[in-house]
Ligand binder design. Structure first.
Ligand SMILES: Nc1ncnc2c1ncn2[C@@H]1O[C@H](COP(=O)(O)OP(=O)(O)OP(=O)(O)O)[C@@H](O)[C@H]1O
Length: 479
């Protein structure tokens, strides 16, 4: 009895699915359902048979079953092309109105005094996953900036979730529909035997649902994001992504955690060097500068580009909350030494396999004076337009990289501006949980660690001012 009731409920659920599928088809074909019904009716009448209805019904049922049991192939073969076509037809129908409403048309008066509305043409169009990419032709006197200025109006009218307006001489409009980044992406443990290309690590997905690979070697990366924006996913994404290379000795990560070890402590064994205080951090940075200089000397005249190997590994200096080192500490000497060492690493380390990945919350010039030496920027959620501009630049904002518009509910989402200056890419970093960090630390420990040895405190030479102040005292004693 119980089994029969279960079977009945299962059958009912299936029937509901299939009916929904059939209804979906009726909706898809709503533009010409009348024609289908008329032709079927006509055929049935001519043949004096019910068979045409049965054939049309069977075809609809076939598609409904396909959608039910093979939804992915159905989506690729049927729903997506139909949806794209419908959207495109709507867009070209409303394009002149859209251009006019956004102030992108112009009026010309011919010799007879008649007014003619001129509308930017659509010179080309293609789809890239869920992105519709259009290349409108500019009217005389128009610039790409004219399109960038009304980007948000274009986006909302078209019904897209995001828009990027890029290009120097002519604009390219990329409308994103749906959000491939809406769902959290989870990171898994990399395969121990996974070969490493020596350059990049997998970090998550981009807006077209492609893999996002962050370049690490040959570039210095600054990650900026407000509190809770998901910087930890970046920090651990880089470290765990390099895990197999760390375990093989092809990469070393020197971890500097200026939150006192709260962030990096859990995966300590992944780091070849590990520092939690400003004094230790400065030792790590200065030692890295020294080793980098030695490598520079070794490479001079032999090769111009470093290749990561077990003899000469890629060294990633990973700094969480870098402002605590370059700005917030009171010890001026440490602050200046840290700034100098970071500047040297950033200006000379790229070609010889020394690279810096630094995270911070506040991207102002005062907190990170050597910001300009970072060649690759990742902007997560930021507080305002000004902060976005500081991290990614005004050009990226105009192209649609709006870090200050990333909602609080989307940690890990951000924009990357690669060092080649190409267009900003919207990305979502894969989420890393504590269990994964522990598992990675266990599976990919650094083959050797180098302890951070603080120099013995030396007595400071007394300044002339100090001497002046003590003089009356001495004199007083003498008298
Ligand atoms: N990539 C991600 N996908 C989904 N959720 C995430 C992601 N990264 C982080 N989160 C969630 O957001 C919360 C805050 O993230 P995280 O600790 O990384 O922020 P943060 O920028 O490092 O903040 P703070 O600077 O204050 O330490 C986490 O507890 C986690 O639940």
């Amino acid at each position: 009895m119980h089994t029969a009731s279960l079977a009945f409920r299962f059958g009912l659920a299936e029937l509901r699915w299939i009916t929904a599928g059939l209804w979906g088809h009726v909706r898809w074909f709503h533009r010409f359902w009348f024609v289908v019904v008329m032709f079927t009716w006509l055929a049935a009448d001519l043949l004096e048979s019910w068979k045409p209805f049965a054939i049309v019904g069977a075809i609809a049922l076939y598609f409904a079953l396909w959608a039910r049991f093979y939804p992915e192939s159905y989506y690729r073969a049927i729903s997506r092309p139909l949806w794209r076509r419908e959207l495109w037809l709507d867009l070209i129908e409303t394009w002149p109105l859209l251009m006019e409403e956004c102030g992108l048309t112009s009026v010309v008066i011919d010799r007879a005094g008649e007014k003619h509305l001129r509308v930017p043409s659509i010179d080309s169009k293609h789809w890239r996953h869920n992105e519709l990419v259009l290349a409108p032709g500019l009217l005389t006197g128009q610039t790409v900036e004219d399109f960038q200025a009304v980007a948000d109006r274009l986006r909302t009218t078209v019904g897209a979730t995001h828009i990027r307006v890029t290009g120097d001489l002519s604009p390219t409009l990329s409308f994103t529909f749906g959000d491939a980044l809406a769902e959290t992406v989870n990171r898994g443990l990399p395969d121990a035997g996974e070969p490493w290309d020596g350059h990049s690590v997998w970090m998550g997905v981009d807006t077209t649902d492609d893999d996002w690979w962050l370049r690490i070697a040959g570039t210095h990366t600054l990650v900026a994001g407000s509190s809770g924006s998901g910087k930890a996913s970046l920090v651990w994404g880089v470290t765990i992504g390099l895990g197999p290379a760390i375990a093989r000795g092809e990469a070393q990560v020197h971890g500097i955690d200026l939150k006192g070890g709260v962030e990096l402590g859990m995966g300590k064994s992944l780091f070849t060097r590990y520092a939690v205080t400003p004094a230790e951090a400065v030792v790590v940075l200065e030692d890295a500068v020294e080793a980098m200089s030695a490598r520079l000397e070794r490479m001079a005249g032999n090769t111009r580009q470093h290749t990561a190997s077990t003899d000469e590994p890629l060294v990633v200096v990973l700094i969480d909350e870098v402002a605590a080192l370059t700005s917030y500490i009171e010890d001026r000497d440490l602050k200046n030494r840290a700034r100098t060492a970071m500047s040297l690493l950033c200006s000379q380390g790229r070609a010889v396999g020394y690279t810096v990945v630094a995270c911070l919350q506040d991207p102002r010039k005062e907190t990170i004076p050597n910001r300009g030496l970072f060649t690759q920027m990742v902007g997560l959620r930021l507080r305002d337009r000004e902060e976005t501009s500081m991290v990614l630049g005004d050009g990226a904002i105009a192209s649609g990289a709006l870090c200050h518009k990333i909602p609080l509910s989307s940690p890990g989402i951000g924009y990357v501006v690669p060092e080649d200056g190409s267009e900003p890419v919207r990305v979502r970093a894969a989420f890393v949980d504590d269990d994964l960090i522990r598992a990675a630390a266990e599976r990919f420990p650094a083959p050797s660690t180098i302890p951070v040895v603080l120099p013995e405190p030396t007595e400071k030479p007394r300044s002339s001012r100090a001497r002046t102040r003590t003089k009356p005292d001495t004199e007083g004693t003498a008298s």
